[in-house]
Design a protein around this ligand. Structure first.
Ligand SMILES: [Zn+2]
Length: 407
């Protein structure tokens, strides 16, 4: 059995027209008008395929045609970052839709029903993973009350605009016993598969992320009269940490380790004043929990060392700590067998970005299939995956689902 590429492409093109930007990307942040239009479109497509569509209390969309439990849950998300690409998330959801249509057309009897899911706010307009957190029972009332977008719009108000009560979202909880496995097809969003000309990536683990806010504090002095040796320049500390953090990732990390400073803010931020304060965000990503912890400890020691060297004070605040999530061996095995059956080369690799699979993967066996991203571009209108890669990925998904649903 194989998927119908023409039909899948038509869906990708239609969904790619919703929230289209002049640059050729899409803007569909969760609960925006474009996202709501995309949701209505998806529900229509599920119904048109002869399946039952359902929206839960968190706005997650489901589609299935067989009743029963436990299910093999398959999906991704249809929201996007502002001016993002047409494949991120959308490919996963539409590939499942196509797989379900094919299974239904062929009248294949499965031991476990297949169920499509499109999770709410994966991309984080309101913080991220709202739908999968609710679904897995980790969304708390205070998280909902506090969730806001970058303009300060509360998710409570954003959902109310569309007649939904955000405070009811925890009712979306589903007993993990009802989930046989969760599978997500996604674009790689990085350059590895394309560079190595390997069509299928099997995700080993989803990286953990530690994010810190680090402030170096020195002294504001006049840029003219204050001699170079007498300064307490906070930016020197920050700059030193940027360079030494990079070295740390390269020397003490694994090939999957990343250390990134994405924000630097100076006070007073005036051309003729030595910076008194430098604030930076310092983010570490790594797939091994032990190594992630080690890199975090070394980074903190590094910041303290650097502060001493430049005669500064340093303050470290923790912004985010997400542990890595290893994916399930049985799901990886099903994907590997599917790729092998199609004669496709495959690569075990970590996922370096966040995905709903890391949330569902904490309560049920989860797996992810990656397909190549042209030039590794993502979260951009330049995001692109070639037809043959879309087709291969969707077919590997189909065969893997059949295996998981039959066991
Ligand atoms: Zn995504």
């Amino acid at each position: 059995m194989r998927i119908n590429l023409a039909r899948l492409k038509r869906d990708l093109e239609e969904l790619g027209c919703i929230g289209r930007t002049p640059q050729g990307g899409v803007s569909r942040p969760s609960f925006s008008d474009a996202d709501m239009q995309a949701r209505r479109w998806l529900v229509d497509r599920i119904s048109a395929a002869g399946m039952v569509a359902r929206v839960d209390a968190a706005g997650n969309i489901f589609g299935r045609w067989q009743s029963g439990s436990p299910v093999v849950l398959v999906g991704s998300h249809i929201d996007s970052v502002p001016n993002g690409g047409r494949f991120d998330g959308a490919l996963g959801v539409l590939a499942v839709l196509e797989c379900l249509r094919r299974v239904k057309e062929e009248g294949v009897r499965l031991r476990h029903p297949l169920e499509l899911v499109a999770f709410t706010d994966e991309e984080g307009a309101f913080g991220g993973f709202f739908g999968s957190y609710a679904f897995t029972g980790v969304l708390r009332a205070e998280d909902i009350q506090q969730a806001k977008d970058s303009k300060g719009l509360r998710i409570v108000d954003a959902m109310a605009r569309h007649g939904m009560d955000a405070m009811q979202a925890p009712a979306a909880y589903r007993d993990p016993k009802d989930i046989r496995a969760y599978v997500e097809l996604h674009i790689e969003q990085g350059p590895v598969l394309e560079a190595r000309q390997i069509p299928i990536g099997i995700v080993d683990a989803i990286v953990g992320i530690h994010r810190y806010g680090i402030t170096f504090r020195g002294r504001a002095d006049h840029a003219g009269p204050t001699p170079m040796p007498d300064r307490k320049d906070a930016l020197l500390g920050a700059s030193d940490l940027v360079l030494k953090g990079r070295e740390l990732a390269l020397k003490a990390g694994s090939p999957a380790s990343r250390i990134t400073v994405g924000v630097v803010q100076l006070k007073p931020g005036v051309a003729n004043i030595v910076p008194a304060e430098a604030y930076l965000t310092y983010e570490i990503r790594e797939q091994s929990a032990g190594l992630l912890r080690l890199l975090a400890e070394k980074s903190q020691a590094l910041a303290a060392d650097i502060a001493r060297t430049w005669e500064l004070e340093v303050f470290v605040e923790t912004i985010l700590q997400i542990d890595p999530v290893p994916l399930a061996e049985e799901v990886k095995a099903a994907i590997a067998a599917a790729a092998q059956e199609m004669g496709l080369q495959q690569l075990r690799m970590p996922a370096m970005a966040g995905h709903d699979a890391q949330v569902v993967g904490r309560v049920a066996p989860a797996g992810m299939i990656f397909v190549p991203s042209k030039d590794g571009r993502s979260h951009s209108p330049l995001e692109f995956t070639a037809d043959e890669d879309v087709e291969r990925g969707a077919n590997v998904l189909l065969l893997a689902l059949l295996k998981l649903a039959a066991e």
